[in-house]
Write a protein that binds this ligand. Structure first.
Ligand SMILES: Nc1ncnc2c1ncn2[C@@H]1O[C@H](COP(=O)(O)OP(=O)(O)OP(=O)(O)O)[C@@H](O)[C@H]1O
Ligand SMILES: [Mg+2]
Length: 241
């Protein structure tokens, strides 16, 4: 009988938990048994779904807000730490710009927000901006740009890390502009950068395009300014000797 139960579960695409756990359930009624079994199956599916979301987000490394300190981050009046850590901006289609020198925790925060959004069932995609631009130009060269853009349209939060660290080709800048324009008021974007707005002309060639991209990014956005020395240096064992 057990083997048949397993077979039916497989045909119905019901997970392992269902046919492995039912024997462990102690219940006083049919309803209580069924309820517990369904609850376990549901919880398992949620875990699987969240893990899938975390994988497809393609974070560089997984980071969370556990042990994250805010003393070197200037949080503007229009957002609270609680709102940042609970990734509420994603539901509201707001943007975040994380600006500051190297090693101050911008990528960490962007990733931790993305991880939290995944936990809430949101679709996230993390890119180093240069890699996104490369993928866009490659997709265009292969005639697959539309398909690539369609994939990006499915996400709730786009993270563009290291914005402007490497200058793009003119074509690439135009494609990135296209992506940001498409996101405008439809999904959230988080940008991490160490380049102030006035120096973005070094990244984008066309001044009108720079103005248009900044305009779209900063509308419905919060600017967090990071400061201080690089955590990579202060946290280094060399420094604590
Ligand atoms: N406020 C913080 N609390 C805890 N850990 C931190 C904090 N800020 C940075 N770190 C840690 O310091 C290291 C550097 O941080 P991170 O990579 O986020 O810097 P960054 O601002 O993105 O730098 P870059 O501009 O060079 O990309 C990481 O290992 C990160 O986890
Ligand atoms: Mg970084």
């Amino acid at each position: 009988m057990e083997a048949v139960i397993e077979q039916y579960c497989k045909k119905l695409k019901i997970g392992k938990v269902f046919y492995q756990d039912y024997k462990k359930i102690k219940a006083d009624s049919h309803e209580a048994f069924l309820l517990e079994l369904l609850k376990r199956e549901y919880e398992n599916r949620e875990i699987v779904r969240k893990n899938r979301l975390l994988r497809s987000a393609a974070f560089d490394v997984i980071k969370t807000f556990e042990n994250y300190t805010y003393d070197k981050v200037h949080i503007p009046a229009d957002i609270t730490v609680e709102e940042i850590t609970s990734a509420t901006l994603v539901g509201k289609k707001e943007n975040l710009i994380l600006y500051g020198p190297t090693g101050t925790g911008k990528s960490h925060m962007a990733t931790a927000i993305g991880v939290e959004a995944c936990k809430q069932g949101k679709k996230v995609r993390f890119f180093r901006t240069a890699a996104l631009v490369n993928q866009l130009t490659d997709a265009k060269a292969r005639g697959e740009l539309r398909r690539f853009l369609k994939q990006l349209e499915k996400i709730d939060l786009l993270i563009c890390d290291e914005w402007g660290y490497i200058p793009f080709e003119k074509d690439g800048a135009q494609l990135l502009f296209q992506v940001i324009s498409e996101c405008y008021e439809k999904r959230s974007v988080i940008v991490t950068t160490n380049i102030e707005f006035s120096r973005w002309n070094g990244i984008f060639y066309d001044e009108k395009m720079i103005a248009a991209i900044i305009d779209r990014l900063i509308h419905h956005s919060h600017l967090l300014v990071f400061e201080g020395p690089s955590r990579r240096l202060t946290d280094s064992p060399i420094n604590s000797q």
